[in-house]
Design a protein around this ligand. Structure first.
Ligand code: GLC
Length: 422
């Protein structure tokens, strides 16, 4: 049995996949007004979307900053703040009295018991608010909304960003069967045959397929991919908010690629191999080297320039020669290339497992969008690794927001259908 099959069967596996309880993809009939929330990165976003014949015809978005105190402070305060933002948004949009279904994009590993129940397994990325792990994020949101007196918002679905991206991708291209996030974190979901999924009573539900969230960021937490781990990775792990977890994400996520490069450059400087052995204070600060710098340096490599690299090294108060620049570029290339290979290995396994022809992989995330050659590397490696499976990568922007509205529309459709069958 492959790791993938073990994951779906919910046995002791290195992949703790989750059922999303989404049994169908957008089919072009989605209609109505929806609210969507997107929590997972530095900003919290509230969206109002109108769907007509499966297309988004109106989209209003507002971003709210989430402070560090809120992200790592008391969980109830975090949800109170989310409710406050929703309240601010619906008042400014003049829709506070409307009864609206809401899709909640909550991009953290959760255990779903239905479309509108998501128990947070553990925080990831830069969140660590207390007393939320083990609890249902939908319930916490509902309670916070009630505390503010908002009783006419109906949270009908919770999902993560990779699922949202799959939904948004499917609305753009019917062949979409995989959703991929390459942003701060990384994750993928795919459409699985319902009869292969343990704990999914396909006979009772009558559904043939269901979307599975692989939560591949945590792949390797049990040591199965330790052969890839270097001393640099161990240092990145030590400097992270959650040590010994989210192993795979630390090789490929935007939150970590820059840190990987920083750790390597600091090591090479201490060995007196670059920058004349003169380390700058800034380069010693964990997480000071953003992954967007890696993308910019890669851009220099692709365009045969050194302009961006010089600007970045100046920001770090480093004195450098042309040889130093060449080394910095090589380090960025190697770290990026490893990420591209690892993501491609997993995507090609998914393609082989699904065994369908002509699969569209919907992708979103800052890393994917900003890095100048991740996409072309991935196309090359997936083709090499899964030569019998045709695929193409489709940018599905704002999958977490738009996809939440599509999921809410599907949840409403399923409710309607089940009421009709009573
Ligand atoms: C983390 C979360 C996952 C999310 C991913 C991308 O890996 O656990 O749910 O999809 O980040 O944001």
């Amino acid at each position: 049995m492959t790791e993938l099959e073990k994951g779906i069967k919910d046995e002791d596996s290195s992949l703790q996949m989750e059922n999303t309880y989404i049994p169908e993809l957008p089919d072009g009939s989605e209609e109505g007004d929806f609210l969507a929330l997107d929590l997972g990165g530095t900003n919290f976003r509230v969206l109002y979307l109108q769907l007509k014949c499966g297309k988004i015809v109106v989209e209003h978005v507002k971003k709210y900053h989430i402070s560090d105190e809120l992200r790592v402070g008391c969980g109830n305060k975090l949800f109170d703040y989310l409710a406050e933002c929703v309240s601010n948004f619906i008042h400014s949009e003049g829709i506070a009295d409307k009864k609206l279904p809401l899709g909640f994009s909550f991009s953290f590993p959760m255990h779903q018991r239905s479309l509108d129940v998501g128990i947070l397994r553990q925080w990831t990325k830069s969140f660590a608010a207390t007393s939320v792990e083990g609890k249902d994020a939908v319930q916490m949101l509902r309670e916070a909304m009630q505390r503010r007196g908002h009783n006419n918002i109906d949270v009908v679905a919770i999902l993560n960003d990779s699922t949202g991206t799959l939904m948004q991708g499917a609305a753009m291209d019917k062949r979409t069967r995989i959703g991929l996030i390459l942003g701060t974190g990384s994750n993928a979901c795919y459409v699985e045959r319902a009869d292969k999924v343990y704990h999914w009573e396909s006979e009772r539900h009558g559904e043939k397929e269901v979307v599975i969230d692989t939560e591949w960021g945590a792949y390797g937490d049990n040591g199965v991919i330790d052969f890839v781990k270097t001393d640099f990775d161990r240092q990145v792990d030590e400097n992270s908010l959650f040590t010994n977890s989210f192993t795979f994400e630390k090789y490929i996520g935007g939150k970590y690629l820059g840190e990987n490069v920083r750790v390597i450059l600091a090591h090479l400087t201490k060995q007196k191999l670059i920058f004349g052995g003169n380390i700058s204070k800034k380069l010693l600060i964990p997480n000071s080297f953003n992954s967007s710098f890696v993308s910019l340096i890669e851009l220099d490599t692709v365009t045969n320039s050194i302009v961006e690299t010089e600007k970045i090294l100046d920001m770090f108060d480093l004195t450098y020669t042309n040889d130093d620049i060449a080394v910095v570029k090589l380090v960025c290339e190697m770290v990026s290339l490893r990420a591209a290979v690892l993501v491609s290995v997993c995507l090609s396994e998914l393609l082989k497992h699904m065994n369908k022809d002509d699969v569209t992989i919907a992708v979103d995330g800052s890393l994917y969008k900003c890095h100048p050659r991740l996409k072309s590397w991935m196309e090359k490696f997936i083709t090499l690794l899964a030569p019998d499976h045709t695929f193409h990568l489709l940018l599905a922007e704002d999958g977490s927001g738009k996809g939440a509205a599509f999921t809410a529309a599907i949840a409403a459709r399923l409710r309607h259908r089940s009421m009709g069958s009573v």
